[in-house]
Design a protein around this ligand. Structure first.
Ligand code: IPD
Ligand code: CA
Ligand code: CA
Ligand code: CA
Length: 268
């Protein structure tokens, strides 16, 4: 994409401010989570609260005030992306189920797409005071430390992050997990796909797989993993920004091994 350095820099800087402010607002709600009225969407496992909507409003307000021509697409309130050069894709709370149940595994997740390329990814975890961030060509970071994908050369040398949701068929995950276990692999599922993807970029997990991710959950990890020296699928192809896509993240050695384990009916 042709975004100039100053255009990108300004947004990279501001994206970190927005994620930090949003995470701090979300953390205040988290401390009062017992008082929250929890509703569910189509599926009883798919929960949402006033905290999600309120934090998304804050994020949208901050971005539109600073960059009025940029578009914002959020999980809770959608958004019109047509004609905008920069599209901010945001999830105010990724891991709402963890959030509501008092598990410290949730984050604010944010990415920027410029002319069909994901250029910035930010994930803020206020419980552990960690801000993961990456911008095209500038490396991947947690706070002020550089991060790198895991160095494992075999699937049995670490833990893979995985997720699924009830709106997705069970099959790709059940056969994938079976293949993984048969090769001596191990997995973790925390409730926040965006945060696990950031952990993969930081080399804490050997990678990440989810058969379908929405763009506000999937895009930050795509940018983080590429800048951390790893490999990802081409997430934005086939209208990924609109429809979502699968996500596979790993280092260059493990990526093809993991890809080969996907059932044929659920390609990348
Ligand atoms: C969910 C998380 C979870 C994934 C689900 C998502 P939410 O997001 O990312 O890891 O498995 O598919 O819906 O609803 O907590 O923002
Ligand atoms: Ca949700
Ligand atoms: Ca999410
Ligand atoms: Ca969410």
């Amino acid at each position: 994409s042709s975004a100039s350095l100053t255009e990108l820099d300004a947004r990279y800087h501001f994206a970190r401010d927005v994620a930090t402010a949003a995470a701090s607002r979300a953390f205040s709600w988290y401390q009062q989570r017992q008082q929250l009225v929890v509703e569910h969407k189509k599926d009883p496992q798919d929960v949402v609260s006033e905290a999600d909507r309120n934090v998304e409003q804050l994020i949208k307000y901050m971005i539109t005030e600073r960059f009025p021509d940029d578009a914002v697409l959020g999980e809770e309130s959608g958004g019109d992306t047509q004609g905008a050069r920069f599209v901010w894709v945001v999830d105010p709370i990724d891991g709402t189920s963890s959030f509501i149940n008092g598990l410290h595994n949730w984050c604010v997740s944010l990415a920027i797409v410029c002319e069909d390329e994901a250029v910035i990814g930010v994930v803020c975890d206020p419980n552990h005071h960690e801000l993961f961030h990456a911008c095209r060509g500038k490396g991947a970071w947690v706070n002020d430390k550089r991060i790198q994908a895991h160095s494992a050369q075999q699937l049995n040398q670490g833990v893979l992050g995985i997720s699924s949701s009830n709106s997705q068929p069970a099959e790709p995950l059940t056969s994938f997990i079976s293949a993984l276990l048969h090769q001596g692999g191990m997995f973790i599922r925390t409730g926040s796909g965006a945060l696990m993807s950031a952990w993969a970029a930081a080399g804490r997990l050997i990678g990440y797989y989810e058969a379908h991710m929405n763009p506000w959950d999937g895009l930050p990890g795509i940018v983080l993993m590429r800048e951390a020296g790893g490999v990802t699928n081409d997430y934005l192809h086939n209208d990924g920004l609109k429809n979502g896509n699968p996500v596979l993240l790993a280092n260059a050695t493990l990526y093809p091994q993991l890809k080969a384990m996907l059932p044929a009916s659920f390609p990348l």
